[in-house]
Every structure is written in C-alpha cells, then in structure tokens.
Design a protein around this ligand. Structure first.
Ligand code: NI
Ligand code: MN
Length: 226
C-alpha cells in the first residue's frame, strides 16, 4: 500500500480499495503543498481534537462523503454537524470494510478553540490500522510511554512518530519509542511546521540507524510503499 505524507501529522494511506486520511491539517499549515480541495478519501481518522489535526476534517468529509473515525467525543462533535462518524475509545478496535482500526492511549490533551471558548473532546489517542496484511501505528501527539511496548507486541510494519518536542516527545524520546515499538520502518512527523518544533530529521534518522532502527524522512508531498 502507498503512504503519502502531507506535512505535520497528515498522511493518506491508499489500499487497493480505500483511501484513509489521518489528521488533516492543510489549511493554515505553512508547510503544506496540497489543499484540502485536492484530497479524495473514504475515511478520515483523527487522533485528537487540536486544530493542527482536525482543521480540514469537516470540509474534506463533506466533499467526499467520508466517514470520520475518532474518539467518541470527537465523533459526536462532527456528527452534530451532519457528518458521518464512527466513535471509538482506546483499547477498542473495529473491523471496517478496509481493515481494522484500534485506538491506543496517547499522553496529550484534546480540545478545540483552546483560547477563547475551549471545547474538550475526550482523550488524545494513537491509531493502529491493520489492512492488507500490514499494521501501521500513527502515534498522534504523545509523550513517550512504556506501554508502547504493548502497541508493538504483534509487530508493526510502519510507525508514524512525532519528533517535534515542546508539544510532543522530541527526538531523544522518539528514539526510545522506536526501541519500545520495534517497527520495521518509522517516519517522523509533527516537526518543522513552526519554530518551536524545529528539528533535524536527518540527524534523527542517523541516530536511529545507529540503534539498528530504520527511519525514512518524508517531505510534504512525498510517499512510500510498504
Ligand atoms: Ni495536539
Ligand atoms: Mn499537534
């Protein structure tokens, strides 16, 4: 299957039958090379409520008649806007037409409009997707936590991990996450979007290689196949 990176934590997974968009943040993303109007997808998976993970979810869901998969509170929030949603919670999995999705814990917050009029939208999650014999973990925004060992215990073909620091784990903790998760391949995300999360992803990949961990750095618009 093909994994396309759109910058920040936004990825599109193309199976032979479905297109799964994760954490769409194109509008307002200074690194984005694609617009929300250019995306076509069948499902939209959201790790938590923050705007830099949900900004384009409603527009893209509406334009594509896509189903939003997220924690229960986020699902209800978008359902109240007339969108099709499927609510879940950490520890739970569900078999969709394209494969299985399970939400995992993440250590982070989950709100919208955090400044003036915050809406709290449940707990932040990670997302495990099993499709066509591959298992992919999108960590969302999270700190390092030792239960990542549980997330990796059945094997991971790909892990999408934040390395930006400040709002999430930084490169040093992400290296330890690689040891806990032991994925066949990891792609860093949630870095270089704004100055506080500037990181040297190539140096992260090099440090990972020294630990026998494979990391591929993608620029917005680039893709890989697993
Ligand atoms: Ni966040
Ligand atoms: Mn974020």
């Amino acid at each position: 299957m093909k994994i396309i990176y759109y910058g920040h934590s936004t990825f599109l997974i193309e199976t032979s039958t479905h297109r799964l968009l994760i954490d769409p943040f194109l509008t307002g993303n200074p690194q984005a090379t694609t617009t929300a109007a250019e995306i076509s997808c069948d499902y939209i998976l959201l790790s938590h409520g923050h705007e830099d993970h949900t900004a384009d979810a409603a527009e893209i869901a509406r334009a594509n008649q896509a189903t939003i998969i997220a924690n229960y509170e986020i699902a209800e929030y978008f359902s109240s806007q007339g969108l099709t949603t499927h609510g879940m919670n950490p520890g739970g999995g569900f078999d969709f037409p394209f494969g299985r999705v399970a939400l995992t814990p993440a250590i982070h917050t989950s709100s919208l409009n955090a400044g003036a009029n915050p809406i709290y939208l449940g707990t932040a999650c990670g997302i495990v997707i099993e499709a066509e014999g591959k298992r992919i973990y999108h960590a969302g925004d999270t700190a390092l936590f030792s239960d990542m060992k549980l997330i990796g215990r059945h094997g991971l073909d790909l892990a999408l991990l934040p390395i930006g620091d400040n709002f999430t784990m930084g490169p040093a903790d992400a290296l330890d996450a690689l040891d806990f998760l032991a994925p066949k391949l990891a792609v860093p995300m949630h870095f270089n979007t704004w100055p506080p999360i500037t990181q040297d992803a190539a140096a992260f990949a090099q440090a990972a290689a020294a630990r026998q961990r494979a990391v591929k750095v993608l620029s917005p618009g680039q893709s890989l196949k697993i």
